[in-house]
Design a protein. Structure first.
Length: 182
């Protein structure tokens, strides 16, 4: 009769550390892959894209605004256009909707021109010399030129969701490979 004796020592701390490292690495790679796929979907053109197709960019700003980040714990990754780099217009392209644009008010300062009177039916503009004139110009501006809002309707032109769906096969393959290496 033959017998085999074995001893197995499991280092769960090391196993968890390797697993966590593999997850963070593959998550970062997946986010970068989706970012590249989204950038590839956006073409540069002066003409707008057709409804339902990814938006066009005139000078490439939308492409440059797409970034990714992975949190320190490796629990999640964010991929998409940064509002700091491009504004929130990408949200309207992705999901469609109506954007409300407000007109900007002039910023009156001492030394600049502004409305000083409108009693005769005509608006009189002059150089503002005192703080009181600046305050009066702001009040007249509100009274004479009311706030106007412009509504701009956007059709759906998704680019992030198709990029993610098109990348799923590569993401899962990369995740499996990283886990096998760990």
């Amino acid at each position: 009769m033959t017998g085999i004796h074995t001893k197995i020592k499991v280092n769960t701390v090391e196993t968890r550390r390797r697993y966590k490292h593999a997850v963070v690495k593959s998550l970062g790679g997946a986010a970068a892959y989706v970012m590249k796929a989204a950038k590839r979907k956006i073409k540069q053109s002066e003409k707008p894209s057709k409804k339902g197709r990814p938006p066009h960019t005139r000078r490439g700003a939308l492409r440059r605004a797409i970034v990714f980040a992975v949190n320190e714990n490796g629990e999640f990754a964010l991929v998409g256009p940064s509002a700091d780099l491009f504004s929130n217009i990408a949200k309207y392209h992705e999901f469609g909707g109506i954007q409300e644009l407000k007109t900007r008010r002039r910023d009156y300062k001492i030394g600049s021109g502004g409305p000083v009177d409108h009693r005769t039916g005509n608006v009189v503009f002059a150089k503002l010399k005192t703080r009181q004139q600046v305050e009066r110009a702001k009040a007249l501006d509100l009274a004479i030129f009311p706030d106007s809002k412009k509504m701009v309707k956007y059709a759906k032109r998704p680019f992030m969701a198709p990029a993610l769906h098109g990348s799923l096969h590569a993401i899962t393959a990369n995740f499996k490979a990283e886990l096998n290496r760990a």
